[in-house]
Design a protein around this ligand. Sequence first.
Ligand code: F6P
Length: 550
Amino acid sequence: MITTNTKTQSLTKRPAWQALQAHYQQIQLLHLRQLFADDPLRGERLVIDAAGIYLDYSKNRVTDETMRLLINLADECGLSERITAMFNGDIINVTEQRAALHTALRAPKGERILLDGVDVVAEVHAVLDRMALFSDKVRSRHWLGYTGKRIANIVNIGIGGSDLGPVMAYEALRLYSQRDLTFRFVSNVDGTDFTEATRDLDPEETLFIVCSKTFTTLETLTNARAARDWCLDKLVDDHAVRRHFVAVSTNAEEVTKFGIHTDNMFGFWDWDGGRYSMDSAIGLSTMIAVGADNFRAMLKGFHAMDEHFRTAPFDQNLPVIIGLLKLWYNNFFDAQSVAVFPYNQYLKRFPAYLQQLTMESNGKHITLDGACVDYQTAPIYWGEPGTNGQHSFFQLLHQGTRLIPCDFIGFFQSLNPLGDQHDLLMANFFAQTEALAFGKSQDEVKADGTSDWLVPHRTFEGNRPTNTVLVEQLTPETLGKLVALYEHSVFTQGVIWNVDSFDQWGVELGKVLAQKTAAELKTADEPLLDHDSSTNALIRRYRRFKSGQS
Ligand code: F6P
């Protein structure tokens, strides 16, 4: 167990960190053009081909020495021990005094992981089996609504990890989904979300999955109540709730209080963080969409990446290398953000999913020892599917003033071959990383016959780092691998930054203030406001508008 009373050496004082700093001074200006010219085999050497994923990291501003020093840093920070601790179910989520055992969610049947003497893998598979029975019933249209009509629409209500994973996986695996079922996802407390999602649905044919680990989240409970009203408006009888609502939660008491019978509840565990839960019962909508076999294939993919992460030497370890490279830019080049570009339309929600995974996990400034960091932690993650981004913000990547390391994710095979469109997509995929790395020099621009005054504008300095991640095809299994790849790269970084990657105290203050403010917006009498002058004035203005006195 990692405790807060053993002081770890400050990261920036570690010999490996200082060696990296000195090394950075030497190579910061080194150009990728030079690195490739010096080593004609670089593009074949700085690659990892493992677990069905090909990573080319040669277009990064690193030398062999950089990689050696980064791995030294991982070693000095005890990454191996921490990986073992995570897989063993040790209490690595220190501030919440919990294990972070999401890897148990995809452990194969029969494997044993004991937590407080209980085999959690057996529990996981018991829930998976119940989910499979239920989803088979819905998919075969044997789950009937209260009036006897078949369920045709599934609406997932949840937010954060109880939404982003399900919606991302649904979009990613749409090709594998049962097309005669309609799936919608409601997360925002803005009434528009629920209203638009249900506008064309018939309550008699609609099933709500209320997903919330805590079952206390304001947005989800508010939307769930709106859903119950919407349903009962037509179905009238409270008993209808049993046919139209299921819950996914760790909190049976609150689920019962809401009026959902625990027979209709699928559980998971406090050792599974919300943003690491798309492969738990939180993925019920995914399983209904793609079927239990495909869901299990996705788990198999997750597990394959887990095993790779657990066993591969660091210099051949995909999550470790990706994590370390991001840390290299974040902490030594002072890069502020990371961009992720899936060249696959089905992965359009993948960057949004990664935002919670990366930023809620490592957006921390207090170490496990309770000290304030003197280095940057999580960068800002963002992205869009290619090729769309090329026609909006790629200009800044190519010629802006910021260094933004990017991950390009592409697939050999299209799921929807259409003429030569996949070749065109992939041509752009390859062209972008080439242009970012090598740019176009002034001499090359001049040689094109460009007028002198225009030369600076048309010059690309290059030296913009990218990773290329290539996968055969987007399948449930490869999706599992990709998600686990990022999960573990986030863990790798969290270990080095010495933060708790599994808590999220930073979201609490806003929640508390919103509760207080909600009461102030509601009350009929003018409330006594004790916020700052700006917030007080804004609340008063809103209240005046509401009461028609603006
Ligand atoms: O407020 C942040 C958060 O706690 C996330 O960590 C979580 O994924 C989300 O809210 C939803 O929480 P729950 O599943 O308990 O409703």
